[in-house]
Design a binder for this molecule. Structure first.
Ligand code: FES
Length: 112
């Protein structure tokens, strides 16, 4: 699949090599702050503003494959955005890597 092949209007946001060096990065997509994380060999994208009290997830860390918010250490599943032991869910975005460039769907994924 290429960015042009889907109805999604993918937005190129960062070189994959940069994430491979730093593991995380904040980008802006359609006026929305997005936090990128490299977990293993996959890139995940979250809304950067934490659903709990609004801290920046891109200032957080990775722990055992989960994203840890720097505010109150909630841990989020990178695939679903679900917070461990909480009812809240962080909006996540689909990611596509093409030719070493990370692309993000500006619309949050609907989690059922
Ligand atoms: S602001 Fe993210 S856990 Fe509280």
């Amino acid at each position: 699949m290429t960015p042009e092949s889907a109805t999604v209007e993918w937005v190129a946001v960062a070189p994959l090599a940069e994430l491979q060096r730093r593991k995380k990065k904040q980008v802006e997509v359609a006026g929305r702050a997005i936090a990128l994380f490299l977990v293993g060999d996959r890139v995940f994208a979250f809304d950067d503003t934490c659903v709990h009290k609004g801290r920046s997830l891109s200032r957080g860390s990775l722990w055992k494959g989960k994203v840890v918010c720097p505010g109150h250490q909630w841990t989020f599943d990178p695939e679903t955005g679900r917070a461990d032991d909480q009812d809240d869910c962080q909006p996540v975005h689909d990611v596509l890597v093409v030719d070493g460039v990370v692309h993000v769907d500006p619309r949050p994924r609907q989690i059922s």
